[in-house]
Design a protein around this ligand. Structure first.
Ligand code: GDP
Length: 295
């Protein structure tokens, strides 16, 4: 994960970490290298610039120059600023509804269906919830099948209406079914498109209004870099969602989305997905991610 960014940050910090004494110029050089590493990792220029400015101010303010181990202090400053950039504390999910309704949104191929299965599995096993998965992708019969296969694999019931092409109706019927059968969590997987289009946005907005979810989670493929951030913004404008799920962090992603999304849309990353298996789901902790990025 983020190997390239890790290597570059390591190199930037290594240059000063061994020194007993550093100068203002050393700090400026290091900060410049950090900024370059971030931009190379698909972090937007503005975010990288603001972040490195904070790092520089903090380094000078905290007397890194006169500290006995300036390099270590510098690493700590970078670590803390990265964690703050990604959100500081972990924000959990709101499970207060009866049943709790969780709406999953995102582009086609982002990993929505896979994540829906993983979340169902997590809530069933770790939170002892009775979970109903709802197949809301009315355009791709394969998506309904995919969810059914996952449901079977994890022992979670899947609600679907093969003949119905109205996602709002399906979601409402599913909710009635869940209430009648005492499900405590309903996860609604929705249809995505390959790119943002108005029809999709209207549809997801209608489903959102019809079921008033406690949690709306936006799923995005971290490999798509700056596009991930743009898509996150477009969906947030329509849904004002509660949190972000970053998928495919097991792949060769550069990390820009993980580092930028929080700042741009001001919504927390709640989960990260690191593989195709149902267990490959992690709760997102900004501190731990900063640890990983700094190796
Ligand atoms: P959807 O169209 O948004 O529902 O996306 P899918 O859940 O069908 O996922 C699209 C593809 O990405 C599938 O082949 C998944 O197996 C794969 N996928 C989903 N999440 C991950 C992940 O975290 N890591 C990897 N490597 N593959 C994933």
């Amino acid at each position: 994960m983020f190997q390239n960014l890790q290597d570059k940050l390591d190199k930037a910090l290594h240059n000063i970490s061994g020194r007993g004494k550093i100068t203002e110029i050393n700090i400026a050089e290091t900060v410049k290298e950090i900024r370059r590493a971030l931009v190379d990792a698909d972090v937007s220029y503005k975010v990288a610039k603001d972040l490195t400015k904070r790092i520089q101010d903090k380094a000078l303010g905290q007397n890194v120059l006169t500290s006995i181990s300036p390099g270590q202090l510098m690493v700590k400053i970078v670590h803390d600023e990265l964690a703050i950039l990604m959100g500081g504390e972990n924000v959990g999910i709101n499970l207060s509804g009866n049943p709790t309704v969780i709406l999953i949104a995102g582009l086609q191929g982002s990993g929505k269906t896979t994540f829906s299965g993983k979340l169902a599995n997590y809530l069933k096993n770790k939170k002892q919830k009775k979970v109903l998965l709802v197949a809301g992708d009315v355009y791709r019969p394969a998506a309904i099948n995919q969810l059914k296969v996952l449901g079977e694999q994890i022992g979670v019931e899947v609600y679907s209406e093969l003949e119905n092409k109205n996602p709002v109706e399906i979601a409402q019927h599913a909710l009635d079914y869940a209430k009648q059968n005492k499900f405590t969590v309903v996860i609604i997987d929705t249809a995505g498109r390959l790119a943002i289009d108005q029809e999709m946005m209207n549809e997801i907005r209608n489903v959102h209004q019809a079921v008033t979810p406690q949690e709306t989670l936006f799923v995005v493929d971290s490999m798509t870099g700056q596009d991930a951030v743009n898509t996150a913004k477009a969906f947030n404008d329509v849904l004002n969602y509660n949190g972000v799920v970053l998928t495919k962090l097991d792949g060769d992603t550069r990390g820009g989305a993980a580092l930028t999304i929080r700042t741009v849309v001001e919504k927390p990353i709640k989960f990260i997905s690191t593989g195709e298996k149902m267990e490959a789901l992690d709760i997102f902790y900004p501190e731990r991610m900063a640890d990983r990025i700094l190796g």
